[in-house]
Design a binder for this molecule. Structure first.
Ligand code: NAD
Length: 471
């Protein structure tokens, strides 16, 4: 029986390994983590992450061929294939601070693999890493090898949070990069055989190591760039009377452009887009490619601009001050169908409004009050100018109220900001909400999900991203 071990039981390691276990009953899969709390949650009825469909497959495989454990060394030493899916956040200090990927967790995982291995291993980069990381890992492993042979593969993950299980069941492609040596090709074949249990052969792409590593950064940069492009267009639409939804539709109908990922919004978030573009920018700078670095930097700068623009629109619409006013925030996760708040635009919007002395009443169906308070009290790192900005003061934090219902959040509010596109927000009883709000009642739709016309007929003053303004 082939044994797989995945180091890192997070948003990627958990779901990807659950799907491998589900699709390959003859493979034993162990997911290990240094976080006792995370592993305990994976072994309980309350999984540590929310993903539609995940609970079902975990329950079917757990204890049969899928195991979650903190016995990292034991499972690593027994495995034939080791996936490394640890976090690779942006460095916050030292060389490359604010841009470069922090490979501390990766390095410690690689050293531990070298320490405990007793047979030859295939080590798979599942985390998103800078180009040439495999070379560094090879150095660490071969210099500590004790005669054991390692083959390093790059197999970046393209799942999107919120649709992870669907994406893993039916991936656009599986990318495997490896050395062009016989050993490297044999390792590629072994990993291909795992995916071949359910992925058609023509969707499995094999490349050299550096192409695979760079493709993941490139894919995220392209996706984020589309969002920044349409968001930049949304500002121009507001200035000219064009409607960004109509413009996106017309542009997306061109088959060379395509219609996906062209929705204007308050900005992109999530743990990956910004971090991976920063990593790309750093790699470009290290290779003397300043103009290329500047090009990709703009994608983040437009995203920051869009979040600021939204806050300014809220404040300026509400007679240039939100001081002492109650603003309902509907949605805090960075997108629907996830409880993940990493880099969510809601953090910047809420901080901006709290900074103008607003009282916030926040509701998100999947984000806990503890998480929201933690996110809003954290220091934000200024990547362009690596200094730590001040966290919110305890007094400001008192202006924050987290509730468990959209109607409670909006009761008595002067304004309502929609920041996540949760389906339940599309079917709210807006007449009831209007009746319970202060007048004039404002709606600021950061995801363009409401029927503006209907809301205007009810009496709301409505602002939607990139659309003609209310009269
Ligand atoms: P995460 O923070 O949710 O999970 C990482 C886990 O690794 C944590 O639970 C941590 O405790 C564990 N860990 C760290 N060092 C360890 C060690 N030495 N031994 C054992 N466990 C260790 O991160 P994530 O969102 O799952 O992302 C993991 C990687 O995948 C990152 O490189 C990310 O960029 C990439 N990625 C993420 C997504 C996504 O949507 N989240 C999508 C594609 C790729």
């Amino acid at each position: 029986m082939v044994k797989i071990c995945c180091i890192g039981a997070g948003y990627v390691g958990g779901p990807t390994m659950a799907v491998i276990a589900f699709k390959c009953p003859a493979i034993e899969v162990a997911v290990v983590d240094i976080s006792f709390a995370r592993i305990t949650a994976w072994n309980s009825d309350q999984l540590p992450i929310y993903e539609p469909g995940l609970e079902d497959i975990v329950k079917q495989c757990r204890g049969k061929n899928l195991f979650f454990s903190t016995e990292v060394e034991k499972h690593v030493s027994e495995a034939d294939i080791i996936f490394v899916s640890v976090n690779t956040p942006t460095k916050t200090r030292g060389l490359g601070a604010g841009k470069a990927a922090d490979l501390t967790y990766w390095e410690s995982a690689a050293r531990m693999i070298a320490d405990v291995s007793k047979n030859d291993k295939i080590v798979v980069e599942k985390s998103t890493v800078p180009v040439k990381t495999a070379e560094a890992i090879e150095k660490i492993l071969t210099h500590n090898s004790n005669g054991i042979k390692y083959q390093i593969l790059s197999n970046p993950e393209f799942l999107a949070e919120g649709t992870a299980i669907q994406d893993l069941f039916n991936p656009d492609r599986i990318l495997i990069g490896g050395r062009e040596t016989p050993g490297g090709q044999k390792a590629i074949q072994a990993l291909k055989e795992v995916y071949a249990h359910w992925v058609p052969e023509d969707r499995i792409i094999c490349t050299n190591l550096w192409s695979a590593e760079l493709s993941k950064l490139a894919a995220n940069a392209f996706l984020a760039q589309r969002i920044s492009s349409v968001n930049a267009m949304s500002a121009l639409c507001e200035a000219t009377g064009a409607d960004v939804t109509q413009v996106s539709h017309a542009v997306g109908k061109d088959t060379r452009v395509g219609s996906k990922f062209l929705n204007a919004s308050v900005g992109f978030g999530g743990s990956c887009f910004q971090k991976d573009i920063l990593s790309l920018v750093y790699i470009c700078e290290c290779n003397g490619l300043k103009e290329v670095a500047n090009y990709w930097k703009q994608v983040i700068q437009v995203n920051d601009y869009q979040k600021n623009r939204f806050v300014n629109r809220v404040v300026s619409s509400m007679f240039n001050t939100v001081s002492g006013k109650k603003i309902a925030i509907l949605g805090f996760a960075f997108k629907k169908d996830t409880g993940d708040t990493r880099e969510t635009p809601a953090i910047d919007v809420c901080k901006g409004l709290l900074g103008d002395n607003a009282n916030l009443s926040i509701y998100d169906p999947q984000v806990t009050e503890d998480q929201i308070r933690k996110d809003l009290s954290m220091k934000k790192f200024d990547w362009d100018n690596p200094i730590h900005l001040q966290p919110m003061s305890p007094t400001v934090m008192k202006q924050l109220n987290v509730v468990w219902d959209a109607y409670a959040a909006t009761k008595g509010a002067h304004g309502l900001c929609l920041l996540t596109e949760w389906d339940e927000f599309k079917t709210l009883d807006f007449k009831k909400i209007y009746d319970n709000m202060q007048k004039p009642a404002f709606v600021f739709d950061g995801r363009n999900i409401v029927d503006e016309q209907k809301l205007r007929e009810i009496g709301f003053i409505v602002y939607s991203i990139g659309k003609p303004l209310d009269g």
